[in-house]
Design a protein around this ligand. Structure first.
Ligand SMILES: [Mn+2]
Length: 446
């Protein structure tokens, strides 16, 4: 059976064939953490989507036919087997095994990549390549363009367009197929277990980092590759720092705890935020803010269906939040005035949604022809409104200060409407309080 990666490659090659475009898609380069230690290697998402191959030092080259009778070629450049290197740094697939293992037509030594490309790309006027990701690759690529232009005198047509993957590849990635959704459901199941464990375990006196450790332990223990992005465990007013990742403070009774954390599985991200009381019970002001954010999220989720413009999801959440802020006395004026002046941005300063997939902020255009694009079946987006009241805000009553709430789920657009991939994670007030009291996901489903 064709793997999902071969399927993705074939779909891209169909498009490249129509457009007479060759593609050069390198994976990531290892990144130094400090001195002689690297971060754990993660392929680029484009490369992973097309190969499922996790070794560094590789590049995929796709060559559509240039004339009748020719066939398309997929060539993977990768590191050769090396007994000495493999003892130190781990096993390599090797050039001989790659075509069979990965379904590519040919495999070549990655040391020859930039030397072979002038010949391989000869005659293609359009080349798909992402400039700006890796300077060293970019330098090689620019030198390659010069070499190809030099061949023009010999009658070979030189490249006239370098095309960003956004145009074809990222549009493919935006619509998830069955295999991708299967990986995303696994990531969601792992994430659900981690959030439930965090709710059951958080208690006054524990450190944020202990909850972070529990989340990431669960991600790895359940077979995820780890967190899909920097885990946020923000107690009390730390929740008002949107990208708080220090996670080094002590949890206090009476505070809320905001956790934004998701597992990565087979390269695919889950992205979930829950906010719950450290001591297990919401205070009145916390409850009022929580209920408002939950209502806003539900209004936004109801908008998720084919045909809804992307921006309408945010607007639905925003209107509920603005009306609620007026009701609670946190904003003054009419809805129209507040929207016009943007005074709500003191409390809700980010947007409600982003695409989700191999990248947590996944690729794919949000606008088309100057307008917000309509949602289509197979797209996955987050819905994550929030309200954050700065501890230093002098314009609000003291009881509101330092409350930060965000609620985030991952929504798949279906033919009929939507499916909430992360619905199993407690979110209604009583379910959250039950989970904080130790109820498991299985008990909460009853
Ligand atoms: Mn998100």
């Amino acid at each position: 059976m064709e793997s999902m990666y071969t399927h993705h490659r074939r779909r891209l090659l169909d498009r490249l064939t129509q457009e007479r475009t060759a593609a050069v898609i390198p994976t990531a380069r290892p990144k130094v953490r400090n001195h002689d230690c690297d971060y754990r290697f993660r392929p680029t998402s484009d490369f992973w989507y097309l190969t499922g191959f996790a070794e560094p030092g590789a590049c995929l080259v796709l060559l559509p036919p240039q004339s009748e009778g020719q066939t398309a070629r997929s060539i993977l450049f990768l590191r050769p087997r090396d007994v000495e290197q493999e003892i130190w740094n781990g096993k390599r697939l090797g050039i001989e095994a790659a075509p069979e293992a990965l379904g590519v037509d040919e495999a070549h030594d990655s040391a020859d990549l930039w030397n072979e490309l002038p010949e391989l790309l000869s005659g293609y006027e359009r080349i798909l390549y992402r400039l700006g990701d890796e300077e060293e690759d970019d330098r090689h690529f620019i030198a390659l363009l010069k070499t190809l232009r030099g061949k023009a005198r010999g009658g070979v047509r030189p490249p006239v367009r370098v095309i960003d993957p956004a145009e074809y590849l990222h549009e493919l990635r935006l619509i998830k197929d069955r295999d991708e959704l299967s990986a995303m459901r696994k990531a969601a199941a792992i994430t659900a277990e981690a959030h439930a464990a965090a709710m059951a375990s958080a208690a006054p006196g524990l450190g944020e980092q202990q909850i972070e450790a529990l989340l990431e332990y669960t991600f790895r223990r359940r077979g995820g590759s780890g967190p899909a992005y920097g885990t946020i465990v923000a107690g009390g007013a730390n929740a008002c720092i949107l990208h708080y990742t220090e996670n080094d403070q002590i949890l206090r009774d009476g505070d809320l705890l905001l956790i934004d954390a998701g597992a990565e599985k087979e390269g695919y991200a889950c992205d979930v935020t829950r906010t719950f009381p450290v001591g297990g019970r919401f205070s009145e002001p916390q409850r009022a803010i929580y209920e408002l954010v939950l209502r806003a999220q539900q209004a936004a989720i109801e908008k998720v269906r084919p045909g809804t413009p992307f921006d309408a999801v945010h607007e639905a959440a925003l209107w509920v939040i603005v009306d609620g802020l007026i009701e609670l006395g946190l904003c003054r004026g009419s809805r129209e005035e507040i929207l016009e002046e943007g005074s709500y941005k003191a409390f809700f300063m980010h947007r409600t949604s982003h695409w989700l997939g191999l990248d947590v902020h996944d690729c794919g255009a949000y606008h088309q022809d100057g307008k917000a694009r309509p949602l289509e079946p197979g797209m996955v987006l987050t819905v994550e409104p929030g309200i954050y009241i700065s501890p230093d805000n002098p314009d609000v009553e003291e009881r509101w200060r330092g409350i930060g709430v965000r609620i985030e789920d991952d929504l798949l657009v279906t033919a009929e409407g939507s499916e909430n991939l992360t619905a199993a994670i407690p979110k209604e007030l009583d379910a959250v309080e039950a989970a904080c009291a130790g109820a498991t996901l299985a008990e909460l489903r009853k």
